[in-house]
Design a protein around this ligand. Structure first.
Ligand SMILES: Cc1cc2nc3c(=O)[nH]c(=O)nc-3n(C[C@H](O)[C@H](O)[C@H](O)COP(=O)(O)O)c2cc1C
Length: 384
């Protein structure tokens, strides 16, 4: 009965709503979606109904990953619920304090999708890249974007979420991105610590923090922050900070996860994995999008997600898990990249990833993507 209802909703999306949405460009569809989310966040009856629908069709599937117990192995990846761009922290804080919804979807998306990683948030607000920044490639079930870390900045994001503390979901993650364009390692460490502290001091406690070391769509060289040395410094300082906060409060430390890109060398992944284990990182999300020439201007880079990323993401996860086993455990690996159905999800589970993240599946499978994919993956696991 539950499965039949879920499949019916999935089929209605694929056969009815998706073709309608796909009549618009990816950019226009995304902008309309943000408008719809702003309205849904306000409509009590609507998000209550969305939550009820999810609970009716998505049975709990508890997993332990990266130091957290979650009631599903599918997490909506960072990049959807991240907020508006602002030119200054002052403007972002003023908007948050003025009651503006600066983070569309903060309430409606967790209601319908379940587990969500908010962000990425950077230390300072960012306007993101101008012009068209989103594309889709239906033939391969892919997306491409060069949003460029548009976000209100950690302080305003934290202030906004803190003011809504009682309405936040019971479990969620927060993704902090290293500051693009900052070359000085000490400054990078400081900005990451200040970003974490923005949430901690305001009492916004996620189940995990993810540190995004990899963004192909900014002015940065995305590989630059993923050297073992710099990653060790930034992650080590972040883990120490979260431990100190925990000692002061008496609560267990919020685990730190890290997100890496799909295009590093095998040696670099191995070195990173050893570094993560040494400094106390609890999990790695593999991977972020793959930087490729943008469809409108090949001189610009735009990150590919979905079908065209899947193979590279699976290979990356396999390498990281190989290193994890050689080291005798320690750091979990979450798959992320082209999780579109039970089979693509099972590709990561079969390697030993206890959980996965997804983004593009939301576009192709609809808002109940996690429930649909979990149902399919569970059925496949039982068959094996
Ligand atoms: C429009 C868009 C924006 C994104 N923004 C972020 C971001 O701010 N931080 C981040 O860590 N990942 C970001 N991502 C990457 C996703 O979290 C995910 O790693 C990637 O899309 C691969 O998953 P998928 O194949 O399921 O899409 C973004 C992806 C998309 C499509």
């Amino acid at each position: 009965m539950r499965t039949a209802l879920l499949n019916l909703i999935g089929a209605l999306y694929a056969g009815g709503l998706r073709p309608l949405i796909f009549r618009a460009t990816a950019q226009d569809a995304h902008e309309r979606m943000m408008g719809a989310l702003r309205r849904a966040d306000r409509a009590v009856w609507l998000y209550a109904a969305l939550r009820a629908i999810r609970r009716a069709v998505a049975p709990p599937w508890p997993v332990e990953v990266g130091g957290v117990r979650l009631d599903s192995p599918l997490i909506l990846a960072a990049g959807l619920v991240k907020g508006d761009g602002f030119a200054s922290e002052e403007a972002a804080l003023a908007a948050a304090r003025g009651g503006q919804n600066i983070m569309p979807g903060w309430r409606a998306i967790p209601a319908i999708a379940g587990l969500v990683e908010f962000g990425s948030f950077t230390r300072w607000p960012r306007m993101g890249n101008p012009g068209v920044v989103m594309w889709r490639d239906e033939a391969t079930g892919s997306t491409q974007n060069r949003v460029g870390l548009k976000n209100p900045g950690a302080a305003a994001a934290a202030e906004f979420l803190a003011a809504r503390g009682h309405s936040l979901p019971p479990r969620f993650g927060i993704n902090i991105a290293v500051s693009p364009g900052v070359d000085d390692p000490d400054r990078q460490v400081l900005e990451v610590l200040e970003s974490l502290a923005a949430f901690v001091v305001r009492g916004v406690t996620p189940a995990w923090f993810t540190l995004n070391l990899s963004c192909p769509n900014t002015e940065d060289d995305p590989g630059g922050n993923q050297t073992a040395d710099l990653a060790g410094q930034v992650c080590g300082a972040a883990v120490d900070y979260l431990r100190t906060v925990a000692e002061d409060s008496g609560a267990p430390p919020v685990p730190l996860w890290v997100k890496v890109g799909p295009d590093l060398s095998a040696d670099q992944y191995r070195a990173l994995m050893r570094t993560f284990a040494r400094v106390g990182v609890r999990a790695v999300v593999a991977t972020n999008t793959l930087g490729m020439p943008s469809p409108d201007d090949p001189s610009l880079t735009a990150g590919v997600g979905g079908g065209r990323l899947h193979e590279a993401a699976v290979q990356t996860a396999a390498l990281l898990l190989e290193e994890q086993r050689a080291a005798g455990g320690g750091v979990d690996v979450l798959g992320c990249g082209g999780v579109a159905d039970g089979a693509t999800c099972a590709d990561f589970f079969a390697l030993g990833a206890p959980a996965v993240q997804y983004w593009t599946a939301l576009v192709y499978r609809g808002p109940l993507a996690a429930a649909l994919i979990a149902g399919e993956a569970r059925a496949l696991t039982k068959e094996m």
